[in-house]
Structure formats: structure tokens, C-alpha cells
Design a protein around this ligand. Structure first.
Ligand code: PLP
Length: 384
């Protein structure tokens, strides 16, 4: 049995996504900028996808641009806002648990003289909203805060942050919603969000395609210059197969959203309840209620090296993660767990299980059996 529990890193594409993409390569391979009917056909497909994604966010069609994924959307939002609001503000407020595509962009801006304030988090990975109020001044151009964290799943109070930001003009509010889009409702217009990043491969769509919502009031310069596609904000021939695949993933995940979330909740709850009985000396690092996204569960196995456990699980055809996919090949500890105040043993023994609608209770029984065995073996070896 193969059990894939690394759905925060990426997901298995829906078969409908792949079929639609193959058609785009075989039949509808025109360039949307071409004037002939193959070009017009491709342009229509991009329009249908843009409309579908806009509708899923209750946004206008002209408020969505396609990018190469969450990383590019975050970079476009952050560098664009910093440049656009250069005259009115030199401060950015973010958190110390953001994805590297936010943290590293902020670091570059810091080197250019921008004053970046990094909000800390409590033991559950939650920011303190009062800290935002304290930092928000007339010199602030951007507040950029993730909707849910990719390592532990904690959901931030985005609506309340939007409420604070509302009182300030000339401040853009950007939200990295890569881990929440199509999992929990997010409607930027009703939450005072100006910019919002999403990515297709986290929702059973293709890799290398994502989107950025920019409300009509936002006016930022592009990162990439050229033929002025995507409302002049993202030049380059559109990734039509990717866009079409993204549209199919949105269609399928949103039309069955409640059913999928129920299924994921059921599988995760079964796994969580049983693991507590089966394995001693563990620490649950994720909220066990609705303050955590449905698909993420982070657990520390004390006296175990997470990386060793990951590879032992791999031998049983079970695929998990020690942290976020982007940082797992880097040496060093998880910046998220560190910020939450976990000690070295808890950080080193942490495993992220991330679920999808494709997981089943039978799979969880298989995982629990192998997990119990491998944890026991590692503890035995390490104690010697
Ligand atoms: N933001 C978050 C919270 C993520 O989890 C990820 C991917 O792991 C990204 C951004 C980057 O998205 P992409 O892989 O589409 O560039």
C-alpha cells in the first residue's frame, strides 16, 4: 500500500486536470496573443479559467492575474507594494513564521533600507493582533500575513487584521492563502484584503501555475517586463495548459468542498485519536480544532530524529515530511517550530502529516501500524 501524506508540499493532480492539459498540448496549443482562431480559442480558455477563479474568491474577473505559483505571487505582491508605496511608507509588517517566499523577499527589502517588523507567535503559532496595532504607523506600506501556516496549520485572524488595516489608507494588506484556498472560505473583498496569493499544485492542479488577486484599487508595478500580458503585470506567453489545469482543479475542489473537508476531517481525527493511544511521548504541535486547517497535523515524537523516521516510513511506502517541502533540504531547524518555542528534541522529532480527500481510514490503520513499529525501533537504537 502506498500512502501519500505530504499534501501540504504538493498534491496528486485530478485525472480531469491531466486530461484537459493534454488536450491543450495536442489540440488547443495556440498562443492567446495570436490573431487567428487558434489564438482566439486559447484566449477563451484563459478567460474561462480567470472567471472561475475570480468567482471562487467572489472577486471581479479583472482582479486575477496568473503567475508561476505561490512564490511568484508573493514576490509580486511584496516587491510591487514596496515600490508602489515607496513615497508613503518604509515599513512592512509580517510574521516570523511566513513561507520563505515571503521571508526572503522581506529580507532583500530590509537590505534596501525598508524597516521590516516580524511579529512573533505563541506556542500554538498564533500572532498577537495587538502587536500589529502597535507597529502600524503612518510609515507602513504593507502588512503581509499568511492565512494558515504550512508546517503546523494554524489559521491567523485575517478578518480582524483586515479590520485594523481598514482604518489606514495607503497600506496594502497581502495574504498568502496558498494553504487555505479551496480548504476554508476566503473572500478578500469582505476581509479588507488587497492582495492574495494562491497556487494550483496544492489543490490537485498542475505545478508552475498560480494566481494573484489584486483588488481594483491596488496599483503596483510588475516584476517581469515584456509583452504586457496579464494586465501588464506579468509579461510572457500564458501557460495555457497550466491555466486550464488550474481551472479544472478549482472546479472540482470547489464543487465538492464540503464533502472533501468532511472526509479529511474524519480521516485526520481517526489518525489523531489512535496515535495518542498507540504511541507514548508525543507532542501535538497543531491545534486540534477549527483553529487549524483541516489537512495539516504536526506531531513531535520525542526521542526520535524526524528525518530518520521519515526515511523509515518511506521504506513502508508512506510519505510524510519533517517540515515544509521548500526548507526540508536545507540544513537547520524549522523556523516555525522554533518561533513557537519548542525545544530542540521537539523540533528534531517533528513530522508533518498532511492529508487530502484521497486518504482513507484503511490507509490510516496501515500508517499507524508502521509508525508505531518504526518509532519503537528508533527509540530503541537511540537509547543504546
Ligand atoms: N506559501 C505557502 C504557505 C506555501 O506552503 C507554499 C508552498 O509550499 C508557497 C507559498 C509557495 O508556493 P509554490 O510552490 O506554488 O511556489
Amino acid at each position: 500500500m502506498l500512502v501519500y501524506l505530504d499534501n501540504s508540499a504538493t498534491t496528486q493532480p485530478y485525472s480531469q486536470v491531466l486530461e484537459a492539459m493534454v488536450d491543450c498540448y495536442n489540440i488547443n496549443y495556440g498562443n492567446p496573443s495570436s490573431l487567428h482562431k487558434m489564438g482566439v480559442e486559447a484566449e477563451k480558455k484563459v478567460k474561462v479559467a480567470r472567471n472561475k477563479i475570480a468567482a471562487s474568491l467572489k472577486a471581479n474577473n479583472n482582479e486575477i492575474i496568473f503567475t508561476s505559483g505561490g512564490t511568484e505571487s508573493n514576490n509580486t505582491a511584496i516587491f510591487g507594494s514596496a515600490k508602489a508605496l515607496k513615497r508613503s511608507g518604509k515599513r512592512i509588517i509580517t510574521t516570523c513564521i511566513e513561507h520563505p517566499s515571503v521571508l526572503n523577499a522581506c529580507k532583500v527589502l530590509e537590505e534596501q533600507g525598508i524597516d521590516v517588523k516580524y511579529l512573533g507567535v505563541d506556542g500554538n503559532g498564533l500572532i498577537d493582533i495587538e502587536e500589529i496595532e502597535a507597529y502600524l504607523n503612518d510609515d507602513t506600506s504593507l502588512v503581509t500575513i499568511m492565512h494558515a501556516n504550512n508546517e503546523v496549520g494554524t489559521i491567523q485572524p485575517i478578518q480582524d487584521i483586515g479590520g485594523i488595516k481598514k482604518k489606514r489608507e495607503n497600506v496594502y494588506f497581502h495574504v498568502d492563502a496558498v494553504q487555505t484556498y479551496s480548504k476554508i472560505p476566503i473572500f478578500p473583498k469582505y476581509m479588507e484584503i488587497d492582495l492574495l496569493s494562491i497556487s494550483a499544485h496544492k489543490i490537485h492542479g498542475p505545478k508552475g501555475i498560480g494566481g494573484l488577486y489584486l483588488n481594483n484599487k491596488v496599483n503596483i508595478p510588475p516584476l517581469i517586463y515584456g509583452g504586457q500580458q496579464e494586465n501588464r503585470l506579468r509579461s510572457g506567453t500564458e501557460n495555457v495548459p497550466g491555466i486550464v489545469g488550474f481551472e479544472k482543479a478549482v472546479d472540482k475542489s470547489f464543487s465538492n468542498l464540503e464533502k472533501h473537508v468532511l472526509k479529511i476531517n474524519e480521516v485526520k481525527a481517526y489518525f489523531l485519536n489512535n496515535i495518542k493511544d498507540a504511541i507514548k511521548d508525543i507532542k501535538i504541535n497543531s491545534f486540534e480544532d477549527q483553529r487549524c486547517v483541516p489537512h495539516i497535523l504536526n506531531i513531535s515524537f520525542l526521542g526520535v530524529k524526524g528525518e530518520v523516521l521519515l526515511h523509515m516510513m518511506e521504506q513502508s511506502d508512506i510519505f510524510v515530511s519533517t517540515g515544509s517541502a521548500c526548507s526540508s533540504k536545507k540544513k537547520g531547524q524549522s523556523h516555525v517550530l522554533k518561533a513557537m518555542g519548542l525545544n530542540d528534541e521537539e523540533i528534531e522529532g517533528a513530522i508533518r502529516f498532511s492529508f487530502s480527500e484521497f486518504n482513507s481510514i484503511e490507509e490510516m490503520d496501515y500508517v499507524l501500524e508502521h509508525l508505531e513499529k518504526h518509532v519503537k525501533n528508533i527509540r530503541k537504537i537511540l537509547r543504546k
